[in-house]
Write a protein that binds this ligand. Structure first.
Ligand code: ISL
Length: 554
């Protein structure tokens, strides 16, 4: 595609709300605690709905809220049709959905189909049953290798570290867990598994949920031969993938999504899906987004880009082209609960992270002022692109990664499974500061489940609310303008890239709107027009380094 290539944008219809929506990710346990137990809960979300509508988002995505031993922050589900008691109950869930709808917000839930908790009734039954039983056939059990079955069936590694196999007792079969041993993988060749999840989808759709985020949507299907990967240590470290990988991104998973699409389409208006699929390229991702499959998937390509205008443009262009080839909108995202917060990432020396390992983010010394400046520019860039945007709670406050949590408080299974070599993801999951002071800066009446840094009162909603120069004010203004400007609102106008420079990118959307981003070290001239929003103060007719501006030229 040439420099002035046009990416067509489908006009937004009511049933198409998801195509350009801004969705706020609620990491429930860290959002707001209404009952003082240190854990966020549904009551906390309900009390903060006015905050979300004032922020200007269109939808929320709630991380898993089901009964769970919480071995992996709730991604170890023991009952798919109930609420974890510390979070609330079904009546509260229904009330939240109704109140969100009344406030004009859509509600997406989070479904975890690759694995259950080992405390799910199915797995309890499987553990108690004999090898070869119907109970075990819902999971992936195999005899061990070695003289007495004392070695795992193959060399697959858990994403959190160590072998992906766990033995039942000292002499039993082994079961597969691509994540924690408390998250046994389901067998998606088993019709009961497929039927059960379709029933779970309907349960929550009938309760009012507007859609689901699908956890590990590139997983589920395993090569029935369970071949060893035979990777070298170096490849294991970098998690290099083979072309025909035995458990990631196998074509069979697309059939599951086609069935789920039918379930979603049986409702009026149709229910929607967003896939969490870590695949090798946007071209692969597009396979998930063909019209008969899923509506949307997170774009992780831009999140993995360095702070470099050319890379940010080329990556977005590739994502847009791949999605456009199947008629799907891109879902941009800068952060989520699995990755280092982007204020911190952008404040580090920039390098592209290894393709297969999203946890290998830029390392080195962090300059938080620089990272914050870049984060302000980054959000103006993604909000100017066609498609939807996912915000991760706290990014609108400019929260950095908390890198000095005491080791004894770390909860991410990665910490234990890596033999205390990788601290894991807790640093982006610290409770939100709402007020300047108080035991947990207004998160609740008691200390939160993870401690907040002493200075976080200054990053609280209360502190930023009154400050026109705060990150929160920037987000609110940007979201309001994104709705109000005809070139951006309701799907917006077609995108045209306006240059091919290395350190500056420009784009227009329809007539009379320009977004300019400067990642270089010198200020660059602004185009003629009215600057309606800029991430840093503009100096005369110049855009400073590490800044973005929205310009209207009517
Ligand atoms: O597949 C991977 C590497 O190729 C992983 O990056 C994987 O996609 C990712 O860790 C999945 O994350 C999701 O599922 C996990 C949970 O811990 C995360 O919080 C969730 O977002 C297991 O359910």
């Amino acid at each position: 595609m040439g420099p002035r290539s046009v990416v067509p944008v489908t006009q937004t219809q009511p049933a198409d709300w998801y195509r350009s929506a801004v969705t706020y990710q609620l990491y429930l346990r860290s959002f707001a605690d209404s009952d003082g137990d240190g854990l966020g809960d549904i009551g906390g979300i309900r009390s903060r709905l006015p905050y979300l509508t004032a922020l200007g988002v269109d939808a929320v995505w709630v991380n898993p809220w089901y009964p769970s031993p919480q071995a992996d922050g709730g991604y170890d589900v023991a009952d798919y049709r109930e609420i974890h008691p510390p979070f609330g109950d079904l009546a509260q869930a229904r009330a939240l959905i109704d109140e969100a709808h009344a406030a004009g917000l859509k509600v997406l839930l989070d479904i975890v189909p690759n694995h259950t908790s080992d405390e799910h009734p199915w797995f309890r039954a499987a553990r108690a049953a004999a090898p070869g039983s119907a109970e075990r056939a819902r999971y992936i059990f195999r005899p061990g290798t070695g003289e007495n079955g004392e070695l795992p069936p193959n060399d697959w590694q858990s994403v959190f570290g160590g072998s992906a196999w766990q033995r039942i007792g000292a002499s039993g079969e082994w079961y597969l867990h691509l994540f924690d041993p408390k998250q046994p993988d389901l067998n998606w060749d088993n019709p009961q598994v497929r039927a059960e999840f379709e029933s779970v989808l309907r349960f929550w759709f009938d309760l009012g949920a507007d859609g689901f985020r699908i956890d590990v949507a590139h997983g589920l299907i395993k090569d029935p031969e369970l071949p060893s990967l035979n990777l070298t240590d170096q490849q294991l470290l970098g998690r290099v993938r083979t072309a025909d990988h035995p458990y990631w991104d196998r074509p069979g998973v697309l059939e599951v999504w086609q069935e789920w699409r039918k379930v979603g389409d049986s409702y009026d208006p149709p229910k929607v899906f967003v896939a969490e699929a870590w695949v090798q390229s946007s071209a692969r991702l597009a396979e998930y987004l063909r019209p008969e499959r899923l509506h949307t998937a997170f774009d992780f390509e831009l999140m993995r880009s360095r702070w470099h205008a050319k890379e940010l443009r080329d990556t977005a262009r590739a994502s847009l082209e791949a999605h456009d080839s199947v008629g799907a909108p891109v879902m941009w995202t800068l952060s989520n609960h699995d990755v280092t917060r982007h204020v911190t990432r952008l404040g580090r020396p920039q390098r592209r992270s290894a393709d297969e390992d999203q946890h290998a983010w830029p390392e080195g010394e962090t300059d938080l002022l620089l990272g914050t400046r870049r984060a302000r520019a980054a959000i103006l860039y993604v909000l100017a692109l066609p498609g939807g945007v996912y915000l991760y709670q706290g990014e609108e406050l400019g929260l950095p990664e908390v890198e000095d949590l005491p080791e004894e408080l770390l909860q991410d299974p990665t910490w234990e499974r890596s033999g205390h070599t990788q601290r894991g993801r807790d640093g982006c999951r610290v409770p939100i500061p709402w007020t300047r002071s108080g035991p947990s800066f207004g998160f609740g009446d008691a200390a939160g489940w993870l401690p907040q840094p002493a200075g976080w009162g200054d990053l609280s909603v209360e502190a930023e609310d009154a400050d026109h120069g705060s990150m929160l004010s920037l987000y609110r203004t940007a979201l309001r303008l994104r709705r109000e400007l005809p070139q951006l609102g309701a799907g917006g106008g077609p995108l045209v890239w306006t240059g091919e420079e290395d350190q500056v990118l420009g784009l227009t959307r329809g007539q009379g709107f320009i977004c300019l981003l400067n990642t270089g070290e010198v200020a660059v001239p602004l185009p003629p027009g009215r600057v309606v929003l800029s991430s840093s103060p503009t100096e005369g007719a110049l855009l400073p380094p590490d800044a973005a501006a929205w310009i209207v030229t009517d």
